[in-house]
Design a protein around this ligand. Structure first.
Ligand code: APR
Ligand code: MG
Ligand code: MG
Length: 194
């Protein structure tokens, strides 16, 4: 699955486009008062029992990718316009996925760093989103640490079932933005066998 740039992917014909976003913030918290959390990275438990990032399909009434992304974010995160509006500048990846209902899908991925206070506002607003309890069953933060048993934490989290390319997007983002040391990430992937 080769990464594709935003512009190249828009030249593909007959494809549907889906846009999802990773919202994250640096976080000074410690688990049990000793294990650094490092970053709060937001994902969601979806209607299909899989984990994914907030976002969804762009449709013709949206006009352009980021209009579709921001509509999906307001449906799934319940954001008032202005609080979280993503732009082309935050587009980081595009992958072509296997057919979805007879059509190939291009999965676009965006990243936005917030302050921890802003991220907490996003989590609170999500409880009042129109899709909360329907498409979205809950917001979750990704554990980035590995506990002493070697499995609990990130390795166990990675063993969950993920929608589309969400797990690949997560791993790519953690590596690209160095949200945890490369050695730790590799170890967690090996333990989870992903
Ligand atoms: N997170 C979630 N889904 C992803 C991701 C990701 N990071 N990357 C790619 N996808 C793929 C999924 O496989 C999914 O099928 O993108 C597709 C669309 O994303 P959704 O968030 O599921 O779409 P949304 O528009 O929010 O609405 C879901 O789509 O399949 C229908 O009937 C279903 O009404 C539902 C709607
Ligand atoms: Mg949606
Ligand atoms: Mg969605």
């Amino acid at each position: 699955k080769a990464g594709r740039r935003r512009k190249d992917s828009l030249r593909l014909s007959g494809h549907r486009h889906a846009c999802h976003a990773m919202i994250f913030a640096s976080c000074p918290d410690k688990v049990f008062g000793k294990i650094p959390v490092r970053y709060a990275v937001l994902m969601q438990m979806r209607f299909d029992g899989r984990l994914g990032f907030p976002g969804g399909f762009v449709d013709s009434r949206d006009g352009f990718l980021e209009a579709g992304l921001n509509r999906e974010l307001s449906e799934e995160l319940g954001l008032q316009p202005g609080l979280l509006c993503l732009t082309e500048r935050e587009h980081v990846l595009a992958h072509v996925l296997p057919l979805h209902r007879d059509r190939p899908v291009v999965a676009h991925f965006y990243m936005r760093e917030l302050s921890l206070m802003q991220l907490r506002d996003v989590e609170r607003a999500a409880l009042r989103a129109c899709e909360y309890g329907a498409e979205v069953m809950g917001m979750v933060r990704v554990p980035l640490y590995t506990l002493r048993d070697g499995v609990s934490g990130l390795p166990a989290f990675l063993c969950n079932s993920f929608a589309g390319t969400a797990r690949e997007q997560l791993l790519w983002a953690l590596a690209a933005r160095r949200l945890l040391p490369p050695g730790r990430l590799r170890e967690a992937c090996e333990i989870a066998r992903v």
